[in-house]
Design a binder for this molecule. Structure first.
Ligand code: HEM
Length: 507
């Protein structure tokens, strides 16, 4: 808009010229301001409405455009056009921290969000993941609790380590994600230096409507790099937008960030025989058992030109998939299918998919009508109701997903009652995969984060660590000057007994 004109005339909100933009209309040179300075009123009123609600979580983030190019043939698994060899799909990616508000520093210890909107030839497909292969919890019932625990304390308005660790340690399934967050990976050196994951189990289905289960991975080509707590603290003191600046500069300098795009595939038969629930988002699929199949490359090569229009107003939704890609019985994913569109209807309005960054690049004929900020022709004079006899808004049964057979009673099942539920396996394996330096930094980071918390919660967390790996629990207990025998005894308890035994502050 008027890009090359250095003398752009100022108009009011409906195009009439503005003669004076600095001197209010007053009654006499020193008199009061007149109501009829309507441009002043308009400016103040618009300014008062410029801040939109921030995302409830992942509020601080940065974005860039690029493309996903598929190089390998996985048509035996999926008919998605965006996943066919040779296909290059434009995309917009937003990286974020989770707990911090819109003004928070980039370099906090936290997981990082990774949301990728693929403008495919079959409609938009959003992969809304993180830089971790798994998540803290597995039931949407607990999601609001997680955010309330890691965000501001209702009494003080400050973040509160006590609530954070109390909540985390109440959930046995959270230990893997806690261990990742407290490890080196808790503060990536940049967005470019981290892997990203879809986390959930999704499904793929091919032209014959045969379904497999799938996890999405993006492996950084810049190498994994991290910041220590000390480095991050120094950077935060100097530049709170460190990761945003790094991403922007890399793209401006044509050092385009790249990730290898890979999938893990599990057949339905394998899923039924799997030793644990393959739809539990707190449990990774071992890469030794379900190897990564590299299928393409994600490249980011263009910065947005307006942060608010393109990054702040971006709206990603796990519910947005395309033919050939589907959901899974993952309980948390099912909860997310509702949450995002709902949040965006509140944050951006019911017509947020008309905002250019969110708009599909194919014709949209959803027959949605009206609503605030309807900025297109609203389908003009076409028939608004369905079904109709004139052939408007006709569904396409050929795009139906294959049916999924389910069995079992309808009930609120607790995964902890599932005899295969081993919440210690993956954190134990991760701990044992660390070298000595990584283990020590994990312990040191955890001690810094948990030291202000009451002893009962420190004990509960140490007991969980010991359940995953004896050395993990012992070292942390030692570093916190806790009694190792007590931690050992606690680690032998069932989840209920452990929570009961650590329910009150120890003296
Ligand atoms: C039931 C569990 C979850 C719920 C209810 C939930 C809900 C939300 C909501 C409401 C937003 C803000 C959306 C907006 O205002 O545009 C959001 C953002 C986000 N969530 Fe979740 N979330 C859940 C779990 C997860 C998980 C497991 C992941 C990773 C796999 C994830 C990744 C993200 C990311 C990356 C964003 C930021 C998207 C952006 O950049 O705009 N969330 N989440």
């Amino acid at each position: 808009m008027c890009d090359n004109n250095p003398r752009v005339p100022l108009t009011n909100e409906v195009g009439a010229p503005i003669p004076d933009n600095e001197n209010a209309v007053t009654a006499g040179p020193r008199g009061p301001v007149m109501m009829q300075d309507v441009w002043l009123l308009e400016k103040m009123a618009h300014f008062n409405r410029e801040v939109i609600p921030e995302r409830r979580m992942h509020a601080k983030g940065w974005g860039a455009y690029g493309y996903l190019k598929i190089t390998e043939d996985i048509s035996r698994y999926t008919k998605a056009k965006a996943l066919q060899p040779g296909t290059c799909t434009n995309c917009f990616v937003r990286f974020s921290t989770v707990a911090g508000e819109r003004g928070a520093a980039d370099t906090e210890r936290d997981i990082r969000g990774f949301a990728c909107k693929l403008y495919t030839s079959e409609g938009n497909w959003d992969i809304v993941g993180n830089n971790t292969p798994t998540f803290f919890l597995r039931d949407a019932h607990n999601f609001a609790g997680l955010n309330r625990a890691v965000k501001r304390d209702p009494h003080t308005g400050r973040r509160n380590a006590q609530s954070n660790w109390d909540f985390w340690s109440m959930l046995p399934e959270a230990l893997l994600q806690i261990t990742i967050t407290m490890s080196d990976a808790g503060i990536p050196a940049s967005f470019r230096n981290m892997d990203c994951f879809g986390e959930h189990t999704f499904s793929l289905y091919n032209e014959n409507n045969e379904r497999v289960w799938c996890k999405f991975h993006f492996k950084t080509k810049q190498g994994l790099k991290y910041l220590t707590d000390e480095q991050a603290q120094q950077i935060t003191g100097q530049n709170r937008e460190y990761h945003g600046q790094d991403l922007y500069n890399a793209i401006e300098n044509r050092a385009y960030p790249r990730w290898t795009f890979a999938v893990q595939i599990m057949t339905d038969e394998e899923a039924r025989c799997h030793y644990e629930n393959p739809f539990d988002v707190t449990k990774p699929w071992r890469e030794s058992e379900f190897p990564l199949i590299e299928i393409g490359e994600l490249v980011l090569n263009r910065n947005p030109t307006n942060f608010f229009a393109e990054v702040e107003q971006a709206a990603f939704a796990p519910a947005h998939v395309v033919p050939g890609v589907g959901f899974s019985p993952d309980k948390l994913l099912q909860g997310r299918l509702f949450a995002y569109g709902d949040a965006q209807r509140y944050r951006l309005g019911v017509n947020h998919n008309l905002i250019p960054v969110n708009q599909a690049k194919v014709p949209v004929t959803d027959n949605h009508r009206d609503g605030q900020m309807r900025t297109d022709d609203n389908y003009g004079e076409t028939i608004a109701y369905t079904p109709n006899s004139e052939g408007w808004w006709v569904p396409r049964p050929e795009y139906k997903e294959p049916p999924l057979c389910l069995k079992g009673a309808m009930w609120n099942f607790d995964p902890k009652d599932d005899p295969t539920d081993d919440t210690s396996r993956a954190p134990g394996e991760l701990y044992r995969s660390f070298d000595e330096g990584e283990k020590q930094r994990l312990i040191d980071n955890t001690v810094r984060a948990i030291s202000s918390v009451t002893k009962n919660i420190q004990l509960r967390h140490c007991a969980r660590c010991m359940q995953a790996d004896y050395d993990y629990g012992k070292r942390l207990a030692q570093a916190l000057s806790l009694n190792i025998c007590v931690v050992c005894e606690l680690s032998a308890l069932s989840n209920e007994k452990l929570i009961e035994a650590t329910g009150h502050p120890y003296s």
